[in-house]
Write a protein that binds this ligand. Structure first.
Ligand code: PPE
Length: 304
């Protein structure tokens, strides 16, 4: 169950957690056209800081732009509201969930006059794929559910309805005894997890899916920046499931998932089944950065 905090920001006001409710005829509840973000804040040396706030707010507005939802707040207003939400809840570490949705007013697929609501909640949220998974890696299975075609759902937009596909894949994986799924794109190449981007290391090259059928992950971008810093050879190119089976290392990235090693795919052990040196180096660097323990990239941290 959720770890409740005191207040949720709703359209410019703080409302007690339990009173942050909406009408059952809220449009997005029926049709799935809402845009959202997942952001983390971490307790570091200098107190609590929000990781890559600007990039997350920019992606939220980008998602809204793609699906033509007009969020009635400016970038600065949204950034400040997020900071305030962490502050009023005295949240030291946790997850922040802004969501813009079409509210109460009209029904039917085409709405013209309905309000667009924006809410921001924040609560303590530990590891997404388990503490053991973060340390030792997780077992995953390739899903029979295919990632959205690029002209079906818009993969660069973080849209609520797109996550039906993700949930089907995740349920299937868990029912089969795995911790997480990996989804292929409509051409059969490896795409991403239901809520994570994917990296592999093979023959000394770090590879990740290009930004076609996948979300433009902010953790993915963070890892690519770090890989450059550590002089790893990086390729953003499509790869097949058998190349994934042959990988020396594999890991997921995401705000919720952070950097989670993958130890096994479809019953095939990845490398020696333990997090490899590239994964470990990048994972450690990631946690140092989010906690403000590396001088570089302090611009990625917004102190609360
Ligand atoms: N792909 C998908 C489909 C995705 O949902 C996420 C984030 C990512 C990649 C990684 O993006 P980024 O967080 O910017 O590195 N998934 C969010 C939702 C997870 C959830 O269960 O809710 C997240 O990690 O916050």
């Amino acid at each position: 169950m959720l770890k409740e905090t005191d207040y949720i920001w709703m359209d410019g006001k703080f409302v007690p957690w339990k009173e942050a409710t909406v009408h059952v005829l809220t449009h997005t509840l029926h049709y799935g056209l809402g845009v959202f973000e997942g952001i983390r804040c971490y307790k570091g040396k200098t107190g609590t800081a929000i990781f890559r706030l600007k990039e997350h707010v920019s992606r939220l507005l980008g998602s809204a732009h793609i699906v033509q939802i007009k969020i009635p707040f400016t970038v600065t207003e949204i950034e400040n509201a997020i900071i305030e939400t962490v502050r009023v809840n005295k949240l030291e570490e946790g997850y922040i969930r802004p969501i813009a949705f079409i509210g109460y007013g009209e029904m039917g697929l085409y709405v013209k006059n309905s309000p667009v609501n924006l809410t921001i909640a924040a609560w303590p949220w530990g590891t997404y794929l388990g503490e053991d998974g973060l340390q030792n890696g997780i077992r995953v299975g390739i899903s029979s559910f295919v990632r959205h075609h690029v002209n079906s759902s818009m993969s660069h937009a973080k849209v609520t309805g797109s996550y039906v596909n993700s949930q089907l894949a995740k349920k299937e994986a868990i029912n089969a005894g795995y911790t997480e799924a990996i989804m292929l794109d409509t051409d059969g190449f490896v795409a991403e997890g239901p809520g994570e981007n994917l990296f592999i290391v093979r023959k000394g090259v770090l590879k990740t899916t290009p930004l076609t059928s996948v979300l433009e992950g902010i953790t993915r971008d963070t890892i690519l920046c770090l890989a450059k810093k550590y002089n790893f050879t990086v390729k953003e190119e499509r790869f097949t499931r058998d190349e994934l089976y042959l990988a020396d290392e594999a890991f997921f990235t995401g705000t919720a998932a952070e950097v989670t090693p993958i130890s096994e795919v479809d019953g095939r052990v990845i490398g020696n089944g333990k997090p490899g040196p590239v994964t470990k180096t990048l994972q450690q660097a990631f946690f140092e950065i989010v906690r403000g323990e590396q001088a570089e990239h302090s611009d990625w941290l917004t102190q609360v």
